[in-house]
Design a protein around this ligand. Structure first.
Ligand SMILES: CC(C)(COP(=O)(O)OP(=O)(O)OC[C@H]1O[C@@H](n2cnc3c(N)ncnc32)[C@H](O)[C@@H]1OP(=O)(O)O)[C@@H](O)C(=O)NCCC(=O)NCCS
Length: 322
């Protein structure tokens, strides 16, 4: 039996910071409204960097932190909804920039659950015996999908990247992963692709931005997150007390707070960095895990659950011994 583990993590955020105060000059909002509804105070935004640039910086740190030789990496998966091109993928450009040789590299899109999806894919590929060491990255420049005149959404999002090296282990560390999706036929959380063009009309396509029914997304999130945590615990014969921490997708502090209350799990044991970055979609989970590790809140030997939800609708959770 091949087991897997987190070998190392890294993250990167652009240096340009957009505060709630800055946003009051762009849309009709207030620091009080944003803070009380979401917990967000600031978000980092990319003004002269692209998704590949954020991904590269996070990946370099994860490789250093894992203490591996980059030639050992035989698989790259990047989760993103904001690739710089339809093709080549961020993953393939990243492979070239890092000089990883002619290995398998591909992008996936599962919105804010993308990193959990990537983890599930590489975990099973390594456990199959076909691959040994994977680089997975969640990287986003969501600001390019943001409608800066829509106060319902523009206050929520930011740009970031988080990366992880996943490799083989002698003991069972990435213990279990749950993944799910349920087609959002009501378009509660949607960003359209560019419009269809045809040679008869030759219209120029235009880029859409994020549309959201906040209340429906809130309801979905606060149902699916506790459910995923409960399912992971139950099928591994564990109880909440066995967890040192929960690291949830940072979409809204109130969502995490409600999920924690429903579970009867102390909010103090849930890692939070949403105040600094807002919702960074697929980058949110690896950024939070990396910061939890660097701040000492997550230590080697700790058992934690990471859980996410997002557009699609998609969701995922993983039970991990770090
Ligand atoms: C978006 C969200 C923060 C809104 O919070 P809420 O508690 O549902 O908002 P409320 O119902 O209390 O308030 C809505 C009102 O605030 C207004 N409002 C919206 N954004 C605002 C802003 N930035 N500043 C001030 N007022 C705002 C709305 O126009 C609305 O006004 P109205 O009642 O006059 O029409 C919340 O629904 C949410 O977090 N949903 C999930 C979003 C999410 O996680 N998305 C990403 C998933 S990966």
């Amino acid at each position: 039996m091949t087991y897997t583990e987190i070998k190392g993590t890294g993250s990167y955020t652009p240096s340009k910071v957009l505060t709630n105060e800055d946003l009051t000059k762009i849309v009709e909002t207030s620091d009080e409204w944003i803070t009380s509804r979401t917990g967000i105070k600031r978000r980092h935004i990319a003004t002269d960097e692209y998704t590949i640039d954020l991904a590269e910086q996070a990946a370099i740190k994860a490789i250093q932190n894992a203490g591996i030789d980059k030639v050992d990496i035989d698989l790259v998966v990047v989760a993103t909804v904001t690739p710089d091109h339809y093709f080549p993928g961020v993953s393939q450009l990243l492979q070239a920039r890092l000089g990883l040789g002619k290995i398998m590299a591909f992008d996936i899109n599962a919105a804010c659950s993308g990193f959990l999806y990537a983890l599930e894919i590489v975990d099973k590929m390594i456990k199959s015996g076909a691959y040994k060491t994977a680089l997975i990255v969640g990287a986003e420049t969501l600001t390019r999908l943001t409608d800066w005149s829509d106060r319902n959404t523009c206050v929520l999002f930011g740009d970031a990247a988080g990366a992880m090296i996943i490799g083989t282990s002698e003991t069972d560390k990435i213990k279990d992963i749950i993944i799910g999706s349920d087609g959002d036929v009501n378009s509660y959380l949607i960003c359209d692709n560019v419009e269809l063009k045809n040679p008869y009309e030759n219209d120029k396509s235009t880029q859409d931005h994020i549309h959201m029914n906040g209340r429906e997304v809130f309801k979905f999130a606060t149902r699916i997150m506790p459910q995923t945590v409960r399912d992971l615990l139950e099928r591994n014969h564990l109880v909440l007390d066995d967890l040192d921490s929960i690291v949830a997708h940072q979409a809204n502090e109130r969502i995490i707070d409600k999920a924690a209350r429903d579970l009867n799990y102390p909010l103090e044991k849930c890692f939070l960095n949403i105040h600094e970055y807002g919702n960074t979609s697929a980058a949110s989970v690896p950024l939070a895990i990396d910061e939890a590790i660097r701040s000492g809140k997550l230590k080697r030997g700790d058992t934690f659950i990471t859980v996410a939800f997002g557009g699609g609708f998609t969701w995922g959770g993983a039970l991990i011994k770090y």
